[in-house]
Design a protein around this ligand. Structure first.
Ligand SMILES: Cc1cc2nc3c(=O)[nH]c(=O)nc-3n(C[C@H](O)[C@H](O)[C@H](O)COP(=O)(O)O)c2cc1C
Length: 350
């Protein structure tokens, strides 16, 4: 019997309520398969927004199929909902969601494995019904209680409450994990995952105490031996980061957390100039995405944008995912048991 069993593990069919969440626009099929093999839920990330979006869709499908070839277990995909200035959903979101659904429809084994679709950034609207009709579990990541209520009322199965210390695109309201998660768990009835700042069993135990049913991590899984698809210099930069080395810069969908370096400074300088003739917004967005990908593929961690959570400041070692995931669940259960055992007997008993 796994040490922690709850609505989330039963809904998704995983052993431990520990998720490697989306790490786009990067390659994560090997990492996702390793996390799922270890009893958690691995996530295949969106591969970016190339000008040739059909090429992006082919890459995404290859990543999904690669992950399925490396594990028999359940895994997820993450697709951010991009919206333009009129509020219309961007083509990449639509194409990637349909790509995931088509990959499942074409292969019964993959249909069983690719059970979870996570959306983030904008509101998933009509896609909620589409994902439900496909028989998938739909998780949506939010950065505010109001967004959590809206998503749950619209039929999302799981809410991921994302605190501002998280790596990558962070909530525009800048509410931190410790404030946001209990507000969200109080406000919705569906299972909630904590994301932003978790790195070990203590984070999982705390998430459960705050009313969540699991944790979704990014930075802790980037710094793992299973992440062989990423340039070693990127991973080393996260291991070397100390408190104060991260910053929220202006990303693609809003604020985005990464390392403070020459590239993040370049964005800060650009934000100070409001003359669109000087800084073309479309060019700037393309530069941001390409810069993020350059950091991950070429390891240029000074002149490229290096996304990471604040928790990198507390991470100094690489973990072996196969050993780490079950140990994290065991230790979290142990923490909760030992805290309960320290209470005076009889106090609070029904
Ligand atoms: C390099 C990087 C890329 C990310 N890309 C995405 C993404 O494509 N979609 C998404 O929903 N979240 C993305 N995130 C956020 C993570 O899924 C996760 O919520 C976050 O890392 C949690 O915070 P932590 O880093 O403190 O664990 C990214 C985070 C990082 C560090």
């Amino acid at each position: 019997m796994p040490p922690i069993v709850n609505r989330y593990t039963r809904l998704t069919g995983i052993e431990h309520p520990i998720v490697q969440e989306g790490l786009g626009p990067f390659r994560t099929p090997k990492l996702a398969a390793a996390v799922s093999e270890a009893g958690g839920l691995g996530t295949v990330s969106m591969p970016g927004m190339p000008e040739d979006i059909a090429l992006g869709a082919r890459t995404f499908r290859e990543h999904i199929e690669e992950c399925a070839s490396l594990t028999d277990r359940v895994f997820a995909v993450n697709i951010p909902v991009g919206v333009d200035s009129n509020g219309d959903v961007l083509p990449f979101t639509d194409i990637y969601i349909r790509t995931a659904l088509e990959a499942r429809a074409a292969d019964p084994a993959l249909e069983r494995q690719l059970r979870v679709l996570t959306t983030s950034a904008g509101f998933p609207g009509d896609y909620i019904q589409l994902i439900k009709d496909a028989g998938m579990v739909h998780q949506h990541k939010v950065g505010a209680t109001r967004q959590a209520v809206k998503a749950a009322e619209a039929g999302v199965d799981v809410v991921i409450a994302a605190g501002f210390e998280m790596g990558g695109h962070a909530p525009s309201k800048a509410v931190h994990t410790f404030v946001l998660v209990p507000s969200v768990t109080e406000a919705v009835d569906v299972p909630v995952l904590l994301t932003g700042g978790a790195r070990d069993a203590r984070g999982l135990a705390a998430a459960l105490a705050l009313g969540a049913e699991g944790v979704a991590m990014g930075t802790r899984f980037i710094t793992s031996t299973a992440n062989s698809d990423w340039h070693p210099a990127y991973i080393q930069a996260l291991l070397d980061a100390r408190e104060g080395d991260d910053v929220a810069f202006d990303g693609v969908y809003g604020p985005c957390r990464g390392l403070r370096n020459a590239a993040s400074q370049r964005l800060a300088d650009a934000a100070g100039r409001h003359d669109e003739a000087v800084v073309d917004p479309v060019e700037l967005t393309r530069w941001k995405i390409e810069s993020m990908q350059r950091a991950q593929t070429e390891g240029d961690t000074e002149n490229s944008l290096v996304m990471t959570g604040q928790v990198a400041s507390a991470i100094t070692d690489l973990v072996d995912v196969a050993e780490f995931v079950p140990r994290m669940a065991d230790e979290a259960a142990g923490i909760l048991r030992s805290l309960a055992a320290r209470l005076p007997s009889g106090v609070g008993a029904p």
